[in-house]
Design a binder for this molecule. Structure first.
Ligand SMILES: [Zn+2]
Length: 213
């Protein structure tokens, strides 16, 4: 096969899921398709997350002699520190009425999180253009945070377009002029968006607690 397709397929392989044993684990960060008896699944591996989601179903009852796959999510840490969400709320209030952004990053080596402000190219009350923050060592993006100024927290069509290729959590803080700003959060995984129905209470507490700062 030609070099370009070989490279593409190596970077995004397809696995026939065995019926009588577990599929071999992914050895490095990346993505692969799993063809299973019960459909087609996308598996994503990063240092901080391992995720399996169904992306297609068979439309006819062809017998596929492969194993079954169940969706799963495995995180490499117990929780994202709420105080970093609170730190971002302080940034959002300072930037008001403009939007701002920051990344919560995590290192597998140190197991430490930190808040890294993005490098803003331009921002207004309804838009934000930025460059990613400089990361240190094996730090990776875990939560991509941005604020919505006076507007409520939600995911706009611009956000959907921006987040389409990423593997991350996305967090929006809105109504930044209020003592109780609104919060929206979701998991983004290569075009899959799963909005968090209940944002952790500890995040609200951290965001609302920054009012007096
Ligand atoms: Zn937005």
């Amino acid at each position: 096969m030609n070099l370009v397709d070989m490279t593409l397929q190596r970077s995004f392989p397809t696995v026939m899921v065995p019926r009588n044993e577990a599929a071999a684990e992914m050895e490095t960060s990346g993505e692969r398709l799993l063809i299973a008896e019960n459909g087609v699944f996308l598996e994503i591996r990063r240092s901080w997350i391992n995720l399996v989601r169904q992306v297609a179903r068979f439309t006819v009852r062809t017998a596929v002699p492969y194993g079954r796959v169940v969706e799963s999510t495995k995180l490499s840490f117990d929780r994202i520190p709420p105080d970093l969400v609170g730190q971002f709320a302080v940034m959002a209030r300072k930037a008001f009425p403009n939007e701002t952004g920051a990344w919560i990053v995590w290192s597998a080596t140190t197991q430490a999180f930190r808040l890294a402000p993005v490098r803003i190219i331009s921002h207004s009350g309804g838009s934000l253009r930025y460059e990613p923050p400089a990361l240190v060592g094996d730090e990776v993006l875990v939560v991509d945070c941005h604020s919505h100024g006076k507007h409520p927290a939600y995911f706009s069509s611009t956000d959907n377009e921006d987040d389409r290729h990423d593997v991350k959590m996305a967090l929006v803080i809105g109504n930044c002029d209020r003592s109780n700003p609104s919060i929206a959060a979701r998991l983004c995984a290569k075009g899959i968006f799963e909005e968090t129905e209940r944002v952790p209470q500890a995040w609200y507490q951290a965001v609302w607690a920054t009012e007096a700062v």
